[in-house]
Design a protein around this ligand. Structure first.
Ligand code: B12
Ligand code: SF4
Ligand code: SF4
Length: 237
């Protein structure tokens, strides 16, 4: 069988295609009725995988891309649509994204796919990657989703998924924000924005969110400084 004919037909190839772009499979899920926005009911019951990234690896690829260099808006979203859209087409999947319309509840989908849970900051925490990961797409398989089952079997050794916050007594993330923007239930976006727009120290736009940096889990996956500044800029824009 030629290399070309194997593209699109096996789970190992799909995982490898994602890995080549420094994208990770966070787990397998079935799209549930409560996940589907109006008009998307046809996806209910379909098998899917949650795709994301952790640490600086994806930045090394993305920061060399045409989308990053062209200076236009939404560079990471455009990169994501091009790169993941191409892989989705090769593997006969539909790609759903965490941005744009319709709205897909990625944190809910990610929790079902991977078993990871929210930190007191609201963002989900992974036992290995800590707070240093994000989700880029859900790939929904057309047909019966055998490829999703195969991806699942490739992931059998995915390790310990205990929730780090359960045993974190001091919870330094909750006291590190200079304006107390985290209540443990919600992020006070207004308080955060007025601090980052001010000239006051600490300068979160340059340093990154102090609360996120205070978490001791997965610090080896912390984003690079340039990556932190890129995400802070898009958060504030
Ligand atoms: C709107 C939005 C924002 C808004 C508002 C966020 C807010 N906290 O209110 C703004 C622009 C402020 C924002 C900021 C950021 N965001 Co944002 N955001 C989104 C978006 C597009 C929708 C979120 C939403 O409204 N969901 C609605 C609810 C109902 O979704 P749900 O999945 O059904 O429900 C779950 C969540 O509500 C979650 N949850 C949310 N908050 C809390 C708080 C607590 C205490 C608990 C227990 C649970 C919890 O638990 C629910 C049940 O599973 C998602 C992408 C997406 N499509 O989902 C990204 C997303 C949530 N954001 C993300 C990130 C990384 C950030 C930033 C860190 C950006 C940055 N600077 O790098 C900041 C920090 C935000 C923070 N600490 O909360 C990631 C989170 C990844 C992760 N590990 O969880 C997402 C998933 C995008 C992605 N590509 O991965 N964001
Ligand atoms: S500092 Fe502790 S409570 Fe906060 S996110 Fe990290 S592990 Fe969870
Ligand atoms: S960016 Fe700064 S002000 Fe905003 S929540 Fe994080 S620590 Fe607080």
């Amino acid at each position: 069988m030629s290399e070309r004919s194997e593209i699109g037909s096996n789970a190992a190839g799909l995982v490898e295609a994602l890995d080549n772009q420094k994208l990770i499979v966070f787990g397998v899920l079935e799209i549930a009725k409560e996940d589907c926005p109006a008009g998307e009911e046809a996806l209910c019951g379909k098998s899917a995988i949650m795709v994301g990234n952790a640490g600086p690896d994806l930045w090394a690829v993305f920061s060399k891309s045409a989308e990053f260099k062209d200076g236009l808006a939404d560079s990471l979203n455009r990169w994501t649509e091009r790169v993941i859209g191409t892989i989705a087409e090769q593997y006969n999947c539909r790609a759903l994204y965490p941005f744009g319309e319709p709205f897909w509840p990625f944190q809910r989908l990610a929790q079902r796919a991977s078993g990871i849970r929210p930190s007191p900051l609201g963002i989900l925490i992974h036992p290995e990657y800590g707070l240093w990961h994000a989700f880029r797409a859900v790939l929904v398989f057309e047909g019966k989703g055998e490829l999703a089952d195969e991806v699942q079997s490739l992931m059998q050794a995915s390790g310990d998924l205990t929730h780090p916050c359960d045993t974190c007594v001091d919870k330094p993330c909750l006291t590190a924000c200079p304006v107390g923007a985290f209540s443990g239930e919600a992020l006070d976006v207004k308080a955060c924005f007025s601090h980052i727009d001010s000239t006051s120290d600490p300068k979160c736009m340059q340093l990154g969110c102090r609360a996120r940096d205070a978490c001791p889990i997965g610090v080896q996956y912390r984003n690079t400084d340039a990556q932190v500044r890129f995400h802070m800029k898009s958060y504030r824009s």
